[in-house]
Write a protein that binds this ligand. Structure first.
Ligand code: PMP
Length: 291
């Protein structure tokens, strides 16, 4: 755990880092964020995450009051000051404090903070033996209402799905879009493998363009395996040879059961295991050095 939080341009002690109760990030979930990892003192895919943060902000017409370079420097500083060699970075930009009422133009100064901490999303057992997951009733937000490609502070849609998964005894939920096609999980992208092809839903199905996803697609291509973006249903998942999830916090997690149906032979598949290992190595080799 880092002692420091970067808040509006300054390092502040963790316990003293506070933002206004009038901040529209709190009142209305009006803001955007990123989740980034650093491994062996190197920040993984820093440029990609900063670009996505700025894209999310652009879509919601939020002007981030720092340049990309300034934010990158602040992130590297936070990592150094944390004293950690591996960790999780959470930059958040909110609309800032304003009057009650939705109007974002009544918030004059966006707030930004960066937290560095340690994190383990799933128990190690899932990486070794695979994870059982379930489809839930809560549908992923329709892109015409709140586009899932925006990484916004409105995660209630995903939280509702996560609660449903927990109630059903699973750690992660598969969310369908309003047409009944698989979209993504609450904090991860989803992939199935059939006949040595990898399939994942297109972002237009209602998912976040995952940065881990991009890395895994490239690693699979390096192994000679093609990833196809395609809509698929629950039934197609049930009869897949392998299934796995990707995300910054989760990395690559094998899935061995979906809605009670055993996937493959009930153990992490051969290609999935190769991708778990390849991603683990790649993530520790590449990245922006924190000093
Ligand atoms: N989907 C959702 C809803 C997410 O919140 C995330 C990030 N946690 C992902 C997918 C995976 O994206 P990334 O690989 O960029 O972390």
């Amino acid at each position: 755990m880092s002692k420091w939080v970067w808040l509006n341009g300054q390092l502040v002690e963790r316990e003293k880092a506070a933002i206004s109760v009038f901040d529209h990030g709190i009142l209305y979930g009006d803001g955007v964020f990123e989740g980034i990892r650093f491994y062996d003192r190197k920040v993984f895919k820093l440029d990609e995450h900063i670009n996505r943060l700025f894209n999310s902000a652009k879509i919601i017409m939020l002007d981030i009051p720092y340049s990309k370079d300034e934010i990158k420097k602040a992130i590297l500083l936070c990592c150094r000051e944390s004293g950690l060699s591996d960790g999780y970075i959470r930059p958040v930009v909110t609309r800032g404090a304003g009057a009650l009422g939705l109007a974002p133009w009544r918030c004059s100064n966006p707030s930004m903070f960066i937290i560095v901490d340690t994190l383990q999303l799933y128990p190690k057992e899932f990486y070794d033996n695979g994870m059982p997951i379930v489809t839930v009733a809560t549908r992923r937000n329709i892109p015409e209402a709140l586009n899932p490609m925006i990484k916004s502070l409105n995660y209630l849609n995903n939280i509702m799905a996560k609660i449903e998964a927990k109630n059903a005894g699973a750690e992660e939920a598969i969310m369908l879009n309003n047409d009944g096609y698989v979209a993504e999980c609450t904090g991860d992208n989803i992939f199935i493998i059939r006949n040595n092809f990898i399939y994942t839903p297109p972002v237009s199905a209602g998912s976040l363009p995952g940065i881990t996803m991009g890395a895994v697609v490239q690693l699979a291509a390096d192994m000679g395996v093609k990833t196809v973006e395609k809509l698929f249903t629950r039934a197609e998942m049930y009869i897949s040879d392998e299934c796995f999830l990707t995300g910054t916090a989760a990395e690559v997690v094998p899935v061995i059961q979906i809605d009670g149906r055993v996937i493959g032979d009930g153990k992490p598949g051969v290609l999935t295991r190769k991708l778990v290992a390849a991603f683990h190595d790649y993530a520790r080799k590449s990245g922006a050095p924190i000093e």
